[in-house]
Design a protein around this ligand. Structure first.
Ligand code: ADP
Length: 779
């Protein structure tokens, strides 16, 4: 076998192309962009190199020559097609493949002189145009067009994807193309440099094939720097060694004894030993600082972070501060911190915690097996935009999630991981200035800072939860205090409210016991004593009734009848009940808007009781000569027709803090000790059960009651406005539980325990017994 330099190079090409081809075929499954075109391109390269070997063995083989020529002309067509699919221009690629193939067929027709057409046309052409000349011209045109399309596609793609990873790959691709152009120039113009052209051609194809298969070819800038560094060191060392050896060489001529020359050589060896590492380090540092800026270790960044970002227990403030620190440190303008909820469930939700120039109008939703999510959680390394768009493993990202990610326009996603495997958040960063690369140093620093931020955020989150628990505890304590106060209030109110009439009864009864026979004969005396006993027992009954009603309302067993009735009648009856008090306190009463109100379904007695109570309160808490207004209103809300009575007074008003509390049992704004029991006097408080009963009646009708008042002020008297709202149609009624009725008892056990029911039964039985024991004539 005859081995010329050409054969040697061609064998190299065959080996190189075969390796690339193998890796391309192995990645067929991964659905890489343009993988089929790449395989075809490399195959043609392989055939072409094989042709060269065959030709070198037998230069007269016409078949080998034709095979070389045709495969070499097919290469630019495939190069342009490959570039278009590599840059995602899938439609254009078919046009180019079609047009290129047609051109190629024409050329092949000419080259092989199919049907003798070329021979026939040639004489008609000018004399200097030979068959060979036309071959070269056609070859040049096809290569020129292929290269032009390649460069244009790269140029356009570069504008669409300015990110550094894309740019780096495009440079390699362009470099490979440039090498191919030079090789072809040599083929056409300098046939003596054939082996060189051949080697260049192989190199160009290999670079392009390698770039197509490799997402992260080493950064060109880095390759150039390293080469420069090695060159500098080599030149410096060569100069040093040359100088030192020249001196050693000349030493015998200068009459220096051999021992001294040996010492000199030892000194040189030592010098090299010391000088070489220093030189290597300093050149590295110089080039490193020129290309990557000054070096700073991760600890320093974390230290700076701890010093800059004040520990704030407010989760969102902390996120914002941390984000600003990171943006400044990494020199990026836009970014955001997202919090991951539901890691470990079927779907994780990603919500914005802090953003600078980066917004998310909705939360991101990621299925638990989404490749983006899984990578951040398990590989725990950053994902660049380039990765997301190019790497086959991210092609399965759910389309909605992908659209959400793309809308952020982020260049890098950094996972924020806690305790090994808990993905608590994601840091998204916008492009570096000029779409520069996030250097290794950036990534190291980001990793260090983000770990710290994740820890701090977790602490802030726990602290926030602690705050909520604390708040809840505060509310519960307040509730317990109220309950406890209710109990104490009940005791003092009971002693006050019940003792006063009891004292009356007791006094009059004692009078009877101590009465002389003459007293007992005196009708006036008897009348006074009996009146006193009757008044006392009526008041006692009123208070006990009220307590009982409120307790029923509390248990949800305040039964109300459902009859069609006019609110006007309700209001008039209530006014009637309170007319004496109104007169005594010299108040003006204005009633408006109640004539037009529709009929409602309700319990006349209970509603009069409620409105009368509200009116009574308005009378009591308004200084003499005030104005009380009752206004009726009809309205429709959420398809429900309702009526509302608004009782407005010009009284002392109620502090907003008390608006809710006055509706709870035994609650009174003033201290119990200071109140005077009266249903008429200014500020004459009762047992603090009136409003709870009003609320119970409203609720039993499917309505509600609430108050509006700016403040409590006895001097300015801002007044209060009580809203008593009822639905026109009673809501679908729950069967009132008849006590003792087995069905009802069963149904109610849903809400009450058996013990509750026993208590209620006992209470009701006692009450019935008490009413039966009462003397029939009370008045
Ligand atoms: P009471 O039996 O003490 O009147 P209520 O339940 O009727 O109890 O009222 C509770 C508290 O609400 C009252 O002690 C009073 O302080 C306040 N209050 C009720 N109505 C008014 C009003 N119209 N103006 C000012 N304060 C009122």
């Amino acid at each position: 076998m005859h081995i010329s330099p050409g054969t040697f190079i061609a064998v190299g090409g065959v080996v190189g192309f075969s390796i690339l081809l193998l890796s391309a075929v192995l990645r067929w499954q991964e659905k890489e962009y343009g993988i089929r075109t790449l395989i075809f391109f490399l195959l043609v390269g392989l055939v072409w190199s094989g042709g060269r070997i065959a030709y070198d063995q037998n230069p007269r083989s016409g078949i080998a020559l034709a095979e070389i020529a045709i495969s070499q002309t097919l290469l630019p067509v495939l190069l342009a097609t490959l570039t278009l699919s590599f840059t995602g221009r899938n439609r254009a690629r078919w046009w180019v493949l079609g047009g290129g193939s047609a051109l190629l067929l024409l050329w092949v027709g000419w080259y092989l002189d199919v049907g003798g057409v070329a021979t026939a046309i040639l004489p008609a052409l000018p004399a200097q145009i030979s068959h060979q000349w036309m071959n070269d011209a056609g070859y040049g045109v096809i290569w020129g067009a292929g290269v032009a399309i390649t460069v244009m596609a790269l140029w356009q793609a570069r504008r669409m994807h300015p990110q550094v990873q894309y740019r780096n790959r495009y440079w390699y691709w362009l470099g490979g193309t440039a090498i191919l152009v030079v090789a072809n120039g040599l083929f056409i113009l300098q046939r003596e440099l054939f082996p060189l052209a051949h080697a260049l051609m192989i190199a160009g194809i290999m670079i392009i094939g390698y770039t197509a298969l490799n997402y992260y070819p080493p950064e060109l800038a880095l390759v150039i720097t390293r080469t420069l560094k090695s060159l500098t060191v080599t030149i410096a060392v060569s100069i040093f060694v040359f100088f030192a050896l020249s001196v050693a060489y000349l030493m015998p001529d200068w009459g220096v004894p051999p021992g001294a020359a040996l010492l000199w050589l030892v000194a040189i060896a030592l010098g090299l030993g010391v000088f070489l590492p220093v030189l290597a380090r300093s050149t590295e540092r110089t080039f490193g600082s020129v290309l990557f800026g000054k070096h700073e270790d991760e600890l320093a960044v974390v230290r700076a972070y701890s010093q800059t970002v004040k520990t704030d227990w407010d989760f969102y403030k902390l996120s914002q501060q941390a984000l600003h620190f990171i943006l400044q440190e990494i020199q990026v303008e836009r970014g955001a911190i997202f919090i991951v909820h539901g890691d470990g469930t079927r779907r994780a939700t990603v919500t914005l915690a802090a953003g600078a120039g980066m917004q998310a109008s909705t939360n991101g939703i990621f299925p638990h097996n989404d490749p983006w999510f899984v990578h951040l959680k398990t590989a725990q390394t950053p994902i660049s935009r380039f990765d997301l768009e190019m790497l086959p493993k991210f092609r399965a990202v759910d389309p909605d999630s992908r659209a959400w990610l793309e809308a952020l326009d982020a260049d890098l996603f950094v996972p924020m991981v806690l305790r090994q495997d808990e993905l608590v958040g994601v840091l998204a960063l916008g492009a570096k200035p000029g779409y520069g690369r996030f250097s290794q140093r950036d990534l190291r620093q980001l990793h260090a800072v983000v770990t710290q931020v994740a820890l701090d955020l977790d602490k802030a989150r726990l602290f926030g939860q602690l705050g909520q628990v604390n708040q809840k505890l505060g509310e519960l304590t307040e509730e317990f205090t109220t309950i406890d106060r209710n109990k104490t209030d009940f005791i003092s109110i009971a002693s006050h409210e019940l003792r006063t009439p009891l004292t009356h009864i007791h006094g009059y009864a004692s009078m009877l016991l101590e009465a002389t026979a003459g007293d007992l004969q005196d009708p006036t005396y008897l009348q006074r004593v009996l009146d006193g006993i009757a008044r006392g027992s009526t008041r006692l009954k009123q208070v006990v009734d009220l307590i009982f009603d409120v307790s029923k309302a509390d248990y949800g067993i305040l039964n109300v009848a459902r009859h069609a009735l006019n609110l006007k009648d309700v209001v008039n009856n209530a006014i009637e009940e309170q007319s004496d008090a109104l007169e005594e306190r010299n108040h003006t009463l204005i009633v408006s808007g109640i004539d037009q109100l529709p009929k409602i379904e309700g319990d006349m007695v209970r509603l009069v009781q409620a409105v009368s109570q509200l009116l009574n309160n308005a009378i009591k808490y308004t200084p003499d000569g005030g104005t009380i207004t009752i206004t009726g209103r009809f309205f429709t809300e959420n398809d429900t027709d309702s009526v509302e009575l608004i009782i407005t007074d010009t009284g002392i008003g109620i502090n907003p803090n008390d608006h809710r509390r006055i509706f709870s049992k035994f609650y009174r704004v003033d201290d119990v000790a200071f109140h005077s029991t009266s249903s008429v006097k200014f500020k004459g408080a009762g047992p603090g059960l009136g409003l709870p009963l009003v609320k119970g009646i409203a609720k039993a009708h499917g309505g509600d009651v609430w108050v509006d008042s700016p403040e409590c002020n006895e001097e300015t008297c801002p007044g209060s406005q009580f809203h008593f709202m009822l639905p026109v149609k009673a809501p679908v009624e729950e069967e009132p539980p008849a006590v003792g009725d087995d069905e009802a008892t069963k149904r109610e056990t849903r809400r009450w325990t058996k013990a509750d029911i026993a208590i209620i039964k006992e209470k009701i039985a006692k009450y019935r017994q008490a009413s039966d024991d009462e003397p029939p004539d009370e008045t």
